[in-house]
Design a protein. Structure first.
Length: 138
C-alpha cells in the first residue's frame, strides 16, 4: 500500500509543460504566473492560487526543485532534471538565473579533487556553483 499516484490534471499539465519548455530558468511563483499569463489563454491558465498549490505539490513529489533566490528570503522553482541530474553538478548564472548542467566527467573530476584535497564528499544532487554564464559575462 506504499504506492502513491501522481495525478496529471489539465492545470498541472499546463504548469509542467511550461516549466519543461523553460527548464534552464528559475521562477518565483509570481514570476511563473506572470510569464504563463503572457502565453496561455485565460481558459487554460491555472489560477494564481492553483499555481501556488501545484508548485507545493510538485515540489513534494520531486517534479520541481526549490532553491533560495539570490539575496532574498524568497524561493524560486525549476523543473527537476530527472534521474540524469543526480550524477552531475549544476551551475547557476547570478545575472540571468539560467541553470546549466556540468558534464558528468567534469563533475566527477571536480568532486574527486575536492575529496582528495579536503576529505569532503560533495553531494551532486544538492550542489550548485554560482557565477556568470558566457552570455552575461560579455
Amino acid at each position: 500500500m506504499g504506492f502513491v499516484a501522481h495525478y496529471q490534471t489539465a492545470q498541472k499539465k499546463v504548469l509542467t509543460d511550461f516549466l519543461t519548455e523553460n527548464c534552464e530558468k528559475t521562477f518565483s511563483v509570481e514570476e511563473l504566473y506572470t510569464e504563463m499569463e503572457k502565453i496561455y489563454e485565460k481558459k487554460t491558465l491555472p489560477g494564481k492560487s492553483t499555481v501556488y498549490r501545484l508548485i507545493q505539490q510538485m515540489t513534494e513529489e520531486g517534479i520541481v526543485k526549490r532553491t533560495a533566490k539570490e539575496n532574498s528570503r524568497k524561493f524560486v522553482y525549476q523543473i527537476a532534471g530527472g534521474e540524469h541530474c543526480a550524477f552531475h553538478l549544476h551551475m547557476k548564472c547570478m545575472d540571468c538565473g539560467k541553470i546549466l548542467h556540468m558534464n558528468d566527467d567534469d563533475s566527477l573530476r571536480l568532486m574527486a579533487q575536492v575529496f582528495e584535497k579536503n576529505r569532503f564528499s560533495v553531494d551532486e544532487k544538492y550542489t550548485v556553483l554560482v557565477g556568470r554564464c558566457c552570455e552575461c559575462k560579455q
